[in-house]
Design a protein around this ligand. Structure first.
Ligand code: SF4
Length: 494
């Protein structure tokens, strides 16, 4: 696409930040690498878009074969319309160096309707903007549009046996709002074109706009001078306050004072400045006294398919597919390990085998130790609600759960290495430096989730086995980490 040509996505970037637009069009190679999460969001958008096409079956695809061949695609779209083609997918239009691609165009004897498909569960202001620019270009190309709608996912839909796409998707007309925005769109297009003609990169400082409405793809470039241990690392400090400090020239934690910081934030700052740890032994002792052997250290992994795959599940519902449990019978015994990883299949609901194995693994007494109990408890309650056979056993499990995160969340135990975070990924290297996530292929729950979801479409057995063995290693480390962290707390309190 030409360097002065706008598209729907570059237009949204230009609304976010002039520098973002300019860099994207003139210095594309300086972008941050695409993260796994961004790739997943992109793939998800693509599959949701494809599925939504079945709401209007029998259409003809008019998408460009390569992104830069949009003029060719626009000619094809124009020919399809003039030949009376009723339904066109990826209908492409170009007007005055602005390119848009409508997900679905319905041509009803010269009166057209277009539908923009989103994989989200609500309509955001940004979606209204990008539907408005599409309306602008399509009408400027001479089409008579009688409808502009956004199709998005109904988060209240509960799948029965078969997927019902008419229930899964909501079609909502935004025609009136979009019409109101036309003057703004026209002016903004001209403004952005002028930005693109500049001979220099616009001088825009970092700010809240770097992550609103989306994370900018030039963070590494623009934020490169922010030091490690800056005001942006103060845990729980509002974004507005961080930028206020930044704009006053207070960037490094070395320049920050405790004024206007909460008690926990002051602990973080003081610990950084003095290099000293905070350990409140009495509180830790009281906390630990509540745990009863045998101890079951437990961790779940889950994934969130946008399109519900299994009966009794909703769009984006967290579906647990894996657990690891380390069992310690008494304070002197070695730990035993138990694990479960569901078959990666769209046809087999992982929750059934997951909960049946889990109930068996956890026995009937002793404390169940998790890190951030709201996650595990919510997943268990969802299973109890969706699969009613297990309700009473699940309630007994929930009643035994203890949260190992509390001493770190409350900053009863805090070291400067934790950098304000109380996640197990921050606590482990501070307390147990010989145990690390760094050597693992999968080192966070988000990646585990994406990898399991990607296996649903993987036919290569070798790749599947490799990914599964990495998933097992990752989840096992999460619970082994808890075993080691618990031992340190227990040793302190004995
Ligand atoms: S990182 Fe922030 S300042 Fe830099 S281009 Fe992106 S939005 Fe603009």
């Amino acid at each position: 696409m030409g360097k002065l040509t706008l598209s729907k996505s570059s237009f949204v970037k230009g609304l976010q930040c002039d520098k973002h637009l300019y860099l994207y069009k003139h210095h594309y190679s300086l972008q941050d690498p695409i993260s796994e999460t961004q790739q997943l969001v992109f793939n998800r958008g693509h599959s949701v878009g494809k599925l939504a096409q079945s709401l209007f079956p029998g259409g003809v695809d008019s998408s460009p074969s390569k992104p830069w061949l949009y003029n060719e695609a626009a000619k094809k779209t124009a020919a399809l319309i003039s030949n009376g083609e009723k339904i066109i997918y990826e209908a492409t239009f170009v007007f005055d160096d602005v390119v848009v691609i409508a997900d679905i165009l319905v041509n009803d004897n010269g009166s057209c309707k277009f539908y923009e498909v989103k994989s989200s569960t609500s309509i955001s202001d940004t979606y209204l903007i990008d539907t408005s620019i599409q309306y602008y270009v399509i009408t400027k190309c001479g089409l008579n549009l009688s409808e502009a709608s956004i199709i998005y996912i109904n988060n209240q839909y509960v799948r029965k046996d078969a997927l019902d796409i008419n229930e899964l998707f909501i079609k909502e007309s935004v025609l009136e709002v979009v019409k109101e925005k036309q003057n703004f769109i026209e002016e903004e297009i001209q403004r952005q074109k002028n930005i693109l003609k500049l001979k220099y990169i616009p001088q825009i400082d970092i700010g809240a706009h770097c992550s609103t409405p989306y994370d900018c793809s030039f963070i590494n470039l623009c934020w490169k001078d922010i030091p490690e241990n800056s005001v942006f690392d103060i845990s729980g400090l509002r974004g507005k306050k961080k930028f206020e400090l930044y704009n006053q020239g207070i960037v490094s934690l070395d320049d920050l004072t405790n004024d206007s910081l909460s008690q926990k934030q002051s602990i973080q700052l003081n610990s950084y400045l003095t290099g000293e740890s905070v350990i409140e032994k009495d509180k830790i002792r009281e906390f630990i006294s509540d745990f009863e052997f045998p101890l079951y250290f437990m961790d779940f992994e889950s994934f969130q398919p946008a399109i519900p795959l299994y009966p009794n599940s909703k769009p984006y519902q967290q579906i647990p597919f894996q657990y690891s449990v380390h069992l310690q019978q008494n304070k002197d015994s070695h730990v035993e390990h138990f694990e479960f990883l569901a078959e990666s299949s769209k046809d087999v609901d992982p929750r059934i085998n997951f909960i049946e194995h889990l109930i068996e693994t956890l026995g009937v007494n002793g404390s169940i130790v998790v890190y951030n109990k709201s996650f595990e408890i919510t997943r268990l309650k969802e299973i109890a609600s969706d699969l009613s056979n297990y309700t009473s056993e699940i309630q007994k499990i929930i009643d035994r759960i203890k949260d190992l995160m509390i001493p770190f969340q409350q900053k009863w135990y805090y070291t400067p290495e934790m950098k304000g975070s109380y996640s197990i990924k921050a606590v482990l290297p501070a307390l147990v430096p010989d145990l690390s996530y760094n050597d693992l292929e999968i080192s966070d729950g988000g990646s585990a989730s994406h990898i399991f979801e990607s296996l649903l479409n993987e036919n290569d057995k070798e790749k599947t086995n490799y990914a599964r063995s990495n998933l097992l290693k990752y989840c096992a480390l999460d619970t082994l980490a808890m075993v080691r962290v618990f031992k340190i707390l227990k040793d302190f309190s004995s």
